[in-house]
Design a protein around this ligand. Structure first.
Ligand code: 13P
Ligand code: SF4
Length: 346
């Protein structure tokens, strides 16, 4: 069946020619990655979207990535997400309305200081627009440290959303770990605005439910079973996991780490399982292990992009029908673009 599906995808792509480009995130299924014109991390995909000439950008990824592609591409280009179910839970953890009310409280508690909001790419367009409106910007896991530097050049404090772990890991990277406070919008007994406003880095209490499940003892176990193994993890992992690893970085850093490993080296990978499986396939000379062998770290949102849906959206395009178009509301687009442009410039 896979063979037949591949033939149908190839036939549709042949028919559509240069009208279509397929972008695939590193966490996509093998059958999607194999058909992608470009595979990469969130930052690289946003750059590819900005440079794409095709009329249709088919996005193998999650909603927030497709939204960013729509913001960055020209108005006459159309972004298609093969499944509308592909939504990153972390992006849903900081809703613009909720952030608005937190912002009002926190800024009122620090009236003489300038707070710059930074949102991780894993957020929706309305939150990106909000950040731009307050002098802030977007970042990905590959440039969060530069976004912090941008913000501290212009203001006194940072509100970082939604991923507390990436925020904490970035603060450590910059030697600012003693200046962190966590804002938990769901905990009535949590710190109040006056308390968090005393710190310079205020972290929203969001997290990735895939990466949060990696634990320090997974690293201890892998080192015990494979004494020569090195460990590379994504900065969405908890602080103690990042501290115990040898290398930390975005999905493209993880790819580069394995690409540049010597034959026979052993690397355990602390990220989404599809990327670990790709790396095993792409680099058979390197021993690539999932950091947590028994608990599958599978991102349900990324997995929604089923190759059957890819076939469907392509065949529909051949028939002249646009399915699953991702279109950011015009009133959010300009400001969200400003937040993304600030990132692309740093
Ligand atoms: P990267 O930017 O490192 O590709 O990460 C995106 C993501 O969603 C990680 O969970
Ligand atoms: Fe979101 Fe985590 Fe999936 Fe990345 S791995 S898309 S952060 S749920």
């Amino acid at each position: 069946e896979e063979g037949e599906r591949t033939e149908r995808i190839e036939a549709a792509l042949e028919e559509l020619g240069d009208d279509v480009v397929i972008l695939g995130h590193n966490y996509q299924r093998r059958e999607i990655v194999e058909h992608a014109d470009f595979v990469g991390d969130s930052y690289q995909l946003s750059k590819e979207a900005a440079n794409a000439d095709a009329e249709y950008v088919i996005f193998g990824g999650v909603t927030f990535m497709a939204e960013s592609a729509d913001i960055i591409t020209d108005d006459d280009q159309t972004v298609i997400l093969p499944s509308m179910e592909a939504s990153c839970p972390m992006a849903g953890m900081a809703e613009a309305l909720q952030v608005d009310s937190a912002w009002a409280e926190i800024t009122a508690a620090a009236p003489d200081e300038e707070i710059i909001p930074i949102t991780y790419m894993n957020s929706y367009a309305d939150l990106k627009a909000f950040c731009a409106s307050q002098g802030g910007l977007v970042c990905t896991s590959s440039n969060a440290h530069r976004a912090f530097e941008y913000a501290f050049d212009r203001g006194d404090k940072v509100l970082f959303l939604p991923d507390k772990h990436l925020g904490e890991n970035t603060a450590h990277r910059l030697g600012m770990q003693d200046r962190i406070a966590e804002w938990d919008p769901w905990d009535p007994d949590g710190k109040d605005a006056e308390e968090v406003a005393e710190s310079d880095i205020i972290l929203w209490d969001g997290y990735c439910q895939v990466h949060e499940r990696f634990r320090e003892d997974h690293i201890e176990d892998v080192r015990e079973d494979h004494p020569d193994a090195k460990v590379v993890v994504h900065p969405e992992c908890r602080r103690e996991v990042v501290e115990a690893a040898d290398v930390v970085g975005s999905t493209s850093t993880i790819c580069e780490t394995i690409e540049t490993a010597d034959p026979g080296d052993t690397w355990a990978i602390g990220t989404e399982i599809h990327l670990t499986n790709h790396l095993q396939r792409w680099h058979p000379d390197v021993e690539v292990l999932p950091l947590c062998g028994d608990a599958c770290m599978d991102c349900n949102a990324m997995r929604q992009i089923d190759p059957n849906y890819l076939t469907w959206v392509l065949e529909e395009l051949v028939e002249g029908r646009e399915r699953n178009v991702i279109e950011v509301a015009p009133e959010e687009k300009d400001l969200a673009e400003l937040a993304l442009d600030r990132m692309l410039e740093i």
